[in-house]
Write a protein that binds this ligand. Sequence first.
Ligand code: NAP
Length: 231
Amino acid sequence: MSTHQPTAIVTGANRGIGKEVSRQLAAQDYTVLLTARSLEKAQAAVNELGNNLVPAQLDVADPASVVALHERVVQEFGRLDVLINNAAINYDTWQRAINADLEMVRETFETNVYGPWQLIQTFLPLLRQSPHPRIVNVSSGGGALNGMGGGTPAYSMTKASLNALTLMLADELRRDRILVNAICPGWVATDMGGSGGRPVADGAKGIVWAAMLPDDGPTGGFFRDGKPIAW
Ligand code: NAP
């Protein structure tokens, strides 16, 4: 079965920026799989947000969970147009590269890099069938090599890697018309960003922009608020 509405997956969407991205895409008539590690939390977010949203369990660090979601999407929707890799952990302001807990750095790579990578590989066959396929990797200015300094080693290393992955995939998937971009949402007031950042609606906007790019839109870019920023 294949639905006629464009379909999107948003990871880590039970709270923060992912939840708001889901709300904004649903308002644009996408069918949005609002995914979360906990199905109950995904359901609660869907209950709060309303139409065009479907709750789904997804732990991006668990390969079996990725495979299970893929099976469900194939059977229930038969299509995927937009994949938004939003879930991330460990903005590790408390440690530095010289003394970082490398076990924790490895864990951070599982969620922030290998998770998105596995999702992209798994959903590529469906994305290739989409008329307007888009992959959005939610990154951070903290992953920019330009001006990279000390601090937040797990977070910055993983976001720099996600940026590199974005460039590779954009190149490899150009012939498949799949636009792949890395987006920094700016400093946003969420559990991760803390207080003082801008509203989630503003941070989410640039991510939705990348999800809805026209076919002649950019690929292999790093953007904030729809404008290129330095890698
Ligand atoms: P957040 O409030 O901490 O939310 C993170 C989300 O990711 C939660 O829903 C969390 O689920 C989920 N998550 C964590 N590990 C997961 C896993 N293994 N599988 C699936 N979901 C998982 O973060 P945020 O501020 O909304 O950040 C969203 C994105 O924006 C991240 O990629 C972040 O790096 C980026 N970003 C944020 C800022 C900022 O200022 N906030 C700045 C630059 C970039 P649980 O509820 O289960 O933990």
